[in-house]
Design a protein around this ligand. Structure first.
Ligand code: ATP
Length: 262
């Protein structure tokens, strides 16, 4: 068995994942992510971005292949151990905001901190700071999720994920629910916070401008790593893919190659 490279915080080899109905979501994907790196996972809809993030975070187990986090084999951990790993070391931002309806915005943002043992007062202070950085003011922070706009709920989810300073943050199209004008600011807040706290980020996106904020891009097409994905602006025309690879393209290569459109 090949040992994961020392400088990769997260490393996966030859991942295969098939859904219950037989749909092949990943077909032999390998990827390594260095500590503190912001890695964009790009590709058109249905290319396997979400499935890759789920396998890497231990949310699901690939049928074949290996996932290593800091030298620990995630692929052979049982559900409880993977659950604990996700709670203690990972953060997750979903495409759609999911909050506890009975709790206020700040309580939602503070919840993972409190689950990790931080006292209520300190957790509240940290949550409010992160909410403020994401333009959620004090009055809004006291409201329950149903009183917030959809975009505000997503900001709360992003604050919640950053507040614990996870080792690895998985962000699946995190700015999709935001107004177009707000996306750049929120993404910059997210990437700046990640860089200043040494958080490794995996950012799934089909948007070239979002991928451009990352240090490096890996592209997927039909569940396989490809060197380039060129999507024409009009849906329904041709999709061109370069040859697959197991190492990442450099930041500039990745950005140039991933001229994706929404
Ligand atoms: N629950 C499921 N059951 C069956 N097939 C699924 C399921 N979820 C995803 N798929 C299929 O698996 C493939 C990969 O999906 P995945 O969601 O990982 O891609 P994606 O790149 O994240 O797409 P999107 O940008 O639309 O979220 C697609 O063909 C998709 O239709």
């Amino acid at each position: 068995m090949e040992a994961p490279p020392d400088n990769d915080v997260l490393w996966a080899r030859a991942l295969h994942f098939q859904h219950g109905d037989g749909s092949p979501a990943l077909q032999g994907v390998s990827v390594g992510v260095r500590k503190g790196e912001i890695l964009a996972v790009s590709g058109p809809r249905g290319s396997g971005k979400t499935t890759l993030l789920r396998c890497l975070s231990g949310m699901v187990r690939p049928q074949e292949g290996e996932v290593w986090f800091n030298g620990a084999p995630v692929h052979s951990m049982g559900p409880l151990k993977r659950e604990r790993l996700r709670r203690d070391r990972f953060g997750w931002i979903d495409t759609a905001p999911v909050l506890v309806p009975e709790l206020s915005a700040w309580e939602n943002a503070a919840l993972p901190l409190m689950l990790r043992g931080t006292g209520r007062r300190r957790a509240k202070t940290a949550a409010l700071e992160w909410l403020d950085r994401l333009d959620v003011d004090g009055a809004t922070a006291r409201r329950r999720p149903h009183e917030l706009q959809h975009a505000e709920r997503q900001r709360v989810c992003i604050a919640r994920a950053l507040a614990v300073a996870p080792a690895v943050l998985f962000a699946d199209e995190p700015t999709a629910p935001l107004h177009r004008a707000d996306r750049a600011h929120v993404l910059r807040t997210l990437t700046t916070a990640a860089r200043s706290h040494g958080i490794t980020v995996l950012l799934a996106t089909h948007d070239a401008r979002t991928a451009a904020l990352a240090d490096r891009t890996v592209a997927l097409l039909d569940g396989r790593r490809v060197r380039t994905v060129h999507l024409p602006p009009v849906a329904g025309t041709t999709v061109a893919a370069g040859a697959g690879g197991t190492s990442g393209t450099s930041g500039s290569e990745g950005r140039a190659a991933c001229s994706l459109s929404a």
